[in-house]
Design a protein around this ligand. Structure first.
Ligand code: NAG
Ligand code: NAG
Ligand code: NAG
Length: 398
C-alpha cells in the first residue's frame, strides 16, 4: 500500500489509483435481503418456497465475514464488520426459529438474521449499511426499496430469471398469472436490475446470450405483456455494471478421484449399498443387475428445469445405451407423499411412470436426495472409479 501511495504521489495515473482504492476496505456493514420462504438455520428444508438458497446464503455470509475480517485485519483497522440477513418474520413458524426477531448465524461472530426491516436495520447497525445485496425477485425488490430509501449501494445476485424459464411467458402472461403472478415478478425484476449499482452473474451467456440462445437478461430488453405494458428498452446488457463471477465448488469435498490418499474409502461400503443394495425402500428403488457396466450418473433437484425425468426417458428410449451402461439418478423423493412441492410431485409421478412404461428394472437406480455432502463428494468419485460419467441436463438439449 505504501508503495502504491508513493507511486500515486509521484506520478498519479488512473490504474494505480484504482488498484489503491480497490484495496482499501470500505464496506463494513452489509445487509442481505432474502424474504423468500422460511429462512432459518435448522428444520426449514422442505417447507414451502424454502430450498437450497438457505444453505447457500448461510455459507455465503460465513465466507463473507471471514473475508471482511481478514481484510480489516490486514489493514490494521479496528473496525468490526456487521452482516445482517433480513428476512420475513413468520409467526406460525412450524417448529423453526422463523418467528424470532433476532438470531446469530452459527460459526460467525458478527453475522445475524433479522426478521424485521428498515428502521430496525439502522438501529442494529448504528447507522445505515454500506451495501445491500438482494437475491431472487422478491429479495431484489426489497433491496431496491431499501437502497433507495437509505441511499446506499445495491448489488443484485443473478438468479434463474423466471421470464426465460417458460417459453413466451411475456406474450402469454395471463395464462400463467394465477399460478405464478408473472406480471408482478417481471416488473419487480425489471425495476431491480435497473436500480442495481452492480449485478453479479455466473456466465456471459446469462447476460447477453449466445448466437442461438437469448440471454436471461437480454430477454428483458424488449418484450410485451399484452394488455398491461410494453417494454422497449428494458435493460442494457452491455452496461459495465454486469460482473461475471463463475460459481465454484468446495474443493475439500469435490476433489478428483485420482487423489488416492484423500479418498474417503471408509464410506465405500455405504455407497455400494446405495448403488447396488437389493432392498427396495423409500431411499432407493431399481436394481443394477450388471455391475460391470459403467454408470451414467446425475444428481440434481427433481424439478422441471433440471429435467431428470427427461434424462431417464432419453436413456429408456435408447436400446444401445441401455445395453452399454447403467443409469443412476439421485434426486427428490421416491414416495410422492413425502414431497410438498407441486412441481416435484409431478416429476415423481412421471419418474414412476417411466420406470413402468419402459421396464427399466435391472438398468436404472433411483436414489432420494442425499444430504451428506462428504459422502456425495465420494459418490462422484466412486462413479468415476467405474469409468462412469456425470450428466447435467440443460433444458431440452440432452
Ligand atoms: C437466489 O435465490 C434463488 C431462488 O430462491 C436460489 O436458487 C439461489 O441459490 C439464490 N442464490 C444466491 C446467490 O443466494
Ligand atoms: C426434458 O427432456 C426431454 C427429452 O427427453 C424433452 O423432450 C423435454 O422437452 C425436456 N423438458 C424440459 C422442461 O426441458
Ligand atoms: C422387465 O425386464 C426384466 C429384466 O430384463 C424382465 O425379466 C421382465 O420380464 C420384464 N418385464 C416386463 C413386464 O416386460
Amino acid at each position: 500500500m505504501v508503495h502504491l501511495l508513493l507511486e500515486i504521489l509521484q506520478a498519479p495515473d488512473p490504474s494505480t489509483l484504482e488498484t489503491f482504492l480497490g484495496r482499501i476496505p470500505m464496506v463494513f456493514n452489509v445487509v442481505i435481503a432474502s424474504p423468500h420462504g422460511y429462512f432459518g438455520q435448522a428444520n426449514v428444508l422442505g417447507l414451502p418456497d424454502t430450498g437450497g438458497q438457505v444453505v447457500y446464503l448461510l455459507d455465503q455470509v460465513r465466507a463473507l465475514e471471514n473475508e471482511m475480517l481478514l481484510r480489516i485485519q490486514n489493514h490494521g483497522l479496528g473496525v468490526i464488520p456487521k452482516i445482517l440477513i433480513v428476512t420475513r418474520l413468520i409467526p406460525d413458524a412450524k417448529g423453526t426459529t422463523c418467528n424470532q426477531r433476532w438470531e446469530r448465524v452459527s460459526s460467525t461472530e458478527h453475522t445475524h438474521i433479522l426478521r424485521d426491516a428498515s428502521n430496525e436495520i439502522a438501529a442494529v447497525l448504528h447507522g445505515v449499511p454500506d451495501l445491500i445485496i438482494g437475491n431472487y425477485s422478491d429479495g431484489n425488490l426489497v433491496a431496491t426499496l431499501l437502497s433507495y430509501k437509505l441511499g446506499i449501494t445495491q448489488c443484485n445476485i443473478a438468479h434463474p430469471l423466471e421470464k426465460a424459464k417458460y417459453p413466451d411467458s411475456g406474450i402469454y402472461w395471463k395464462r400463467y398469472e394465477d399460478k405464478y403472478h408473472f406480471s408482478s415478478q417481471f416488473t419487480a425484476d425489471l425495476i431491480a436490475m435497473n436500480n442495481a449499482d452492480f449485478i453479479i452473474t455466473s456466465t456471459y451467456q446469462e447476460i447477453a446470450g449466445s448466437k442461438n440462445n437469448v440471454g436471461q437478461y437480454e430477454s428483458h430488453t424488449a418484450f410485451t405483456l399484452p394488455g398491461l405494458y410494453r417494454v422497449v428498452h428494458g435493460i442494457d446488457v452491455f452496461d459495465p455494471k454486469f460482473n461475471i463471477i463463475s460459481p465454484g465448488a468446495d474443493m475439500c469435498i469435490y476433489f478428483p478421484y485420482s487423489e488416492k490418499e484423500r479418498r474417503l474409502t471408509a464410506l465405500h461400503g455405504s455407497i455400494e449399498e446405495l448403488l447396488y443394495g437389493a432392498e427396495q425402500n423409500e431411499e432407493h428403488i431399481g436394481i443394477l443387475s450388471d455391475r460391470s457396466k459403467r454408470i451414467v450418473f446425475s444428481m440434481a433437484r427433481l424439478d422441471r428445469v433440471k429435467n431428470l425425468t427427461g434424462l431417464v426417458e432419453f436413456y429408456a428410449k435408447s436400446t444401445k445405451l441401455r445395453e452399454l451402461v447403467n443409469l443412476v439418478v439421485v434426486g427428490g423423493y421416491i414416495d410422492v407423499k413425502n414431497s410438498r412441492d407441486r412441481e416435484e410431485m409431478a416429476e415423481i409421478e412421471k419418474m414412476h411412470g417411466l420406470i413402468k412404461k419402459y421396464n427399466l428394472s435391472g438398468q436404472f437406480r433411483w436414489i432420494v436426495t442425499q444430504m451428506n455432502h462428504a459422502r456425495n463428494g465420494e459418490l462422484y468419485r466412486y462413479v468415476a472409479d467405474t469409468k462412469g460419467v456425470f450428466v447435467q441436463v440443460c433444458g431440452m438439449d440432452i
